[in-house]
Design a protein around this ligand. Sequence first.
Ligand code: ADP
Ligand code: 5GP
Length: 210
Amino acid sequence: MSNGAQDKGLIFVVSAPSGTGKSTICRRLLAACPDLEFSVSHTSRMPRPGEVDGKDYHFISRADFDLRIARGEFVEWVENYGNLYGTSAQAIDGVLERGKDLLLDIEPRGARAIKERYPDAVFVFVLPPSLDELLKRLEKRGHESSDVIQTRFAQAERELREVLWYDYAVFNEDLETAIRQTVAVYWAEKSKISRLRGKMDRFFKFSQEG
Ligand code: ADP
Ligand code: 5GP
């Protein structure tokens, strides 16, 4: 057993094609799980109405993004819909060292890179009930032109196939059910003995002393 050190936090990756309802589920997951913190990615895209710099993303220029790539600041980064998105090592490591858990809302290519670097991370894929319903939700978000919506929809169909290497699939048909299921996965993973070595060690030491 370990020397009773603090157990490291959990990396919880949630991916889904655009429009599936991932942001909605992630917001509710964060509200329900106090030990879970959101990993704020960097992006070169412009903020959408209501998005807050430093909270939803770190919004930076493409030149600044390129500089950070060259400095090796990103654990993973991708170009998506003509914009750059990346997770910095700083966004991950500080949080895990404090024993807190980290929620990454990233697409499947980035998720793969995280799996290679952090094999203990948990990977959840959110799916729409059907492709028709996905298209409706993309249109409902209402902040994009029909060209952009069509591009996102075509990419969504490709991305959906990635679900096969993930650990868990959540169909977002009824929102409340999907949220409960995602929260349940989080707590099941938190309860794994393999993630509780430090706590077990302290527990048994304490039992022997008492
Ligand atoms: P994403 O982050 O995956 O792009 P959003 O969370 O922005 O998706 O959701 C896209 C749209 O679909 C929003 O208008 C949201 O309110 C709606 N939505 C999310 N989940 C459901 C659901 N289960 N049933 C119906 N509409 C939903
Ligand atoms: P959006 O522009 O709608 O916020 O995000 C577009 C896509 O980029 C989503 O699938 C989102 O999960 C993904 N994304 C956001 N941040 C990152 C990141 O840091 N890395 C990767 N690989 N994907 C990201």
